[in-house]
Ligand binder design. Structure first.
Ligand SMILES: [Mg+2]
Length: 192
């Protein structure tokens, strides 16, 4: 059985928002990267916490989740950001580039419709800093129809914290344990 998906955002999660004066957390190392479509002379500066790589790899290599980037960095997540954290190349949700001026054009996170289509009925833990109450209602509705969904929402000024990863891991581990238990019920054992 496939472990639940771990959908992972970057901006506001792995790259926290800078303070008003432009300063970034001392825990985060600065790097210049050149996203796809930009010229080499026009890099983007990012800041990443080197502790995030091992923290995420701990959950990934234990086999508790199926990690997928879900970010407007799209394929650059795997080619530019992941390697800076020591993460292996991970797949990404192929998000479109909508002409929107807010991340909640319909009151909920713009990524959600694409994620919903991509997930089908698969369970998922989704870490993003930008959910609204409608997204939390959506997660509850999915969970109620057996597509277990957990939304974890870091403060974008602080970004991903160890407790978020612990929460994701515990949720996925519990889900896998329930599923494993469900596959061997007493009645099935008798039937066999
Ligand atoms: Mg974000």
């Amino acid at each position: 059985m496939r472990p639940p998906y771990l959908l992972l955002d970057i901006d506001g999660v792995l790259i926290p928002f800078p303070d008003a004066d432009g300063s970034t957390p001392a825990t985060h190392a600065r790097h210049d990267v050149v996203p796809n479509g930009r010229s080499a002379g026009n890099p983007v500066t990012v800041w990443l916490d080197p502790a995030h790589g091992p923290m995420l790899m701990d959950v990934i290599s234990a086999g508790f989740v199926t990690p997928v980037w879900c970010t407007s960095w799209r394929q650059d997540a795997a080619t530019l950001i992941g390697p800076l954290l020591g993460l292996p190349p991970l797949p990404h949700v192929d998000l479109p580039r909508p002409q929107i001026t807010t991340s909640h054009p319909n009151g909920y996170l713009w990524k959600r419709d694409h994620v919903e289509a991509w997930l089908g009925d698969a369970p998922a833990v989704w870490i993003d800093d930008d959910f609204t109450s409608l997204d939390h209602a959506w997660a509850a509705e999915r969970t109620a129809r057996a597509a277990a969904t957990l939304l974890i929402q870091p403060d974008p000024r602080a970004g991903l914290q160890a407790e978020h990863v612990v929460e994701a891991r515990a949720w996925a581990e519990r889900l896998l344990a329930v599923r494993a238990g469900a596959t061997v019920t007493p009645s099935e054992t008798e039937a066999a």
